[in-house]
Design a protein around this ligand. Sequence first.
Ligand code: OSB
Ligand code: MG
Length: 369
Amino acid sequence: IPIKQIKLRKLNMRLKDPFTTSFGTMEDKEFYITEAIDTHGNSGFGESVAFTSPWYSEETVKTNLHVMEDFLIKILQENNINHPDDVSKLFEPIKRNNMAKAALEGAIWDLYAKGENISLATALGGEKKEIDVGISIGIQPTVKDLLHTIGDYVHAGYKRIKIKIKPGWDVDVLRAVREQFPDTPIMADANSAYTLADISHLQQLDDLNLTMIEQPLAHDDIVDHAKLQAVMATPICLDESIHSLEDTKKAIQLGSCKIINIKIGRVGGLTEAKRIHDYCLENGIDVWCGGMLEAGVGRAHNIALTTLSGFTLPGDTAGSARYWEKDIIKPEVTVENGLITVPNKPGIGYEMDEDALEAFTVSEKIFDF
Ligand code: OSB
Ligand code: MG
């Protein structure tokens, strides 16, 4: 893949509504759009999903820049890439910093697919023409607000509702939701807000027929999660704890979870995401594609990944309008009856909206090869 230049654009976009999790509230999203340009003038795009504060994981927008410009881009400048799968191998000497790695690898995957004149989904081996989507709802001011919001999304057709929980906003809230929505697939995401001291409290969730509980315990734990899963009927899904195929194997072996949320950024890119998917498919573990409040480029990558057959559960990749007044891609991602139609154009399958990109860009850096 004859890369001639890499462009890093820092964007700042305001979320339509602030998004609150157990770790805090996000209102503005600052992030990098990566662009890999080849000698034919084709461009591939990626998006970094790190946030400005290290609340979800240790990476931030600033660490992304440091790692990309001082290490990862240098590696790309010094090596030939025949296939995007080479990238994660080349990045291996750099520990973690998975979101920075994924942002660059994603642009190279898009560029590769465009060069082959196939969709990114096809390049990854995905065959679904449409994907099932759910929605993640942040912590709301009141239970009444939450029930109202859920009603809107159920009405819009979303296939499952994920509710963010934290101590003080959990069992009673979910019980009220279950009463009002007896047949809706519902799950909860704690973003690591509990400890094993909360076992008996969390066990009450077993009465509510939840599809799963996501990351109830520490962000870096798989041992306590195994202890919790042993005494809970509700499947545990791991998010924060899984950074690689190796982590996946260990978590499954320990019985720490029955489901895995795959986020491209968290695992260091599409190649590793696909490897985790393949392993889970072979071993009967359900997976789904998580979200990081992405703009259009990251959303497009999530859609492509979700076309792989092992993504059996609806993901968090909702439509653009759920997050943004205006997205940076054309057309924007739309959801109908809880489905996103997978684009079949080459690469990510969406055009950049140059005006929007321009309007949200706060700075730009160019690296020539
Ligand atoms: O834990 O899945 C998470 C948003 C920000 C950080 C972490 C998470 C989330 C979400 C929202 O749940 C997913 C989305 O709608 O993009
Ligand atoms: Mg999560």
